[in-house]
Write a new protein. Structure first.
Length: 330
């Protein structure tokens, strides 16, 4: 999840409206010298704040001719182009944090409270990034009070149910719970560029994707300031879930836990652990509208050129948004 608080959000007019979950999604169409589109529609969902932060910290000291910081914008555009080339999505959307969930903070007031403020040089670049996305006819959604994790998860499930394959680009371990035959993860921390399946999830955590919510409720998440069961780390949590299958079954058969000290610690955290498990699932507090609609071909070349010229970008970044794309609505 984001290393800073989501108090800075992209402007709504550049974020697909933000009120009804409807944005514009790019759909690749084959052209001269281009590879044919995948037979099955493929949706790439990008965790906007995560990649903006990653770009900001990866590149330093880059500014436009007017002196404004552009390192995050430049890095984001480059990473976007790289992901599109690798995944070849037919549909694409970037989702941004719109604030903390009121439901979660009501249960856990300290939820994400420890996160540092967003760097001053990054704040104005979010609008530049969404301005670029708008010029390139790439969907960008930000909903007031909607965490990106929830919208991404809900959208992924709706798209999967509609018969699409989905790739979620994010380093957030919460998304491992969504992995299925149709949903995979593109983790920027994995330099191999592999789209994670249940194989990688099991190798990373020792549990199945369907057990990730329970695994996180036991281990906690220091990034989100979510407490787990004291003394229960990833390995112990995996062993408990291998034995009992779920947190619910664990507490129903707590006397069967081999370690008495572990059983005592679990018992102390019983109420809190159960409450966290109930809302730890991504998408449980969000409802995303979903529909696929083809629209006339978008003419995005000149708007993109104007945006990147104003930012002083050269070379590959100038052509990264020339999609020759069609748009679709979600």
């Amino acid at each position: 999840m984001r290393p800073g608080t989501p108090e800075r959000r992209p402007r709504d007019e550049m974020a697909g409206g933000g009120t009804n979950g409807v944005g514009r999604i790019c759909v690749e169409t084959p052209g001269a010298g281009r590879r044919p589109r995948p037979i099955c529609d493929r949706l790439l969902i990008i965790d906007g704040h995560a990649y903006a932060y990653r770009a900001f910290h990866a590149i330093r000291g880059l500014r436009s001719p007017s002196g404004q910081p552009t390192n995050a914008v430049y890095g984001f555009v480059k990473m976007l182009a790289k992901m599109r080339a690798a995944i070849e999505p037919t549909h694409l959307i970037v989702v941004w944090d719109g604030g903390l969930s009121a439901e979660r903070t009501a249960v856990l007031p300290e939820y994400k409270a420890q996160r540092p403020a967003m760097p001053d040089d990054l704040k104005p670049q979010l609008d530049e990034i969404t301005g670029y996305l708008k010029a390139a006819a790439v969907a960008s959604f930000c909903g007031e009070g909607v965490e990106a994790d929830d919208y991404i998860a809900c959208l992924a499930r709706r798209a999967s149910d509609a018969g699409m394959t989905v790739v979620i680009a994010s380093s957030d371990k919460d998304f491992m719970q969504l992995v299925s035959a149709r949903v995979g993860l593109l983790n920027p921390g994995d330099k191999s560029g592999t789209v994670w399946t249940d194989v990688q999830v099991r190798a990373k955590t020792g549990v199945e994707p369907s057990q990730i919510v329970d695994w996180l409720s036991l281990t906690g998440d220091s990034v989100d300031n979510i407490p787990g069961v004291p003394g229960v780390g990833p390995k112990t949590a995996a062993e408990l879930l291998k034995q009992f299958g779920s947190v619910t079954a664990l507490y129903e058969r707590l006397d069967e836990v081999k370690s008495e000290s572990c059983a005592r610690r679990c018992a102390v955290r019983r109420t809190r652990c159960g409450a966290i498990a109930n809302w730890c699932g991504c998408g449980t507090i969000c409802r995303a509208n979903f529909r696929r609609t083809r629209w006339p071909k978008n003419r995005g070349g000149r708007p993109v050129a104007r945006v990147v010229s104003a930012l002083g970008f050269q070379g590959n970044a100038r052509g990264a948004g020339r999609t020759g794309a069609r748009t679709a609505a979600f």
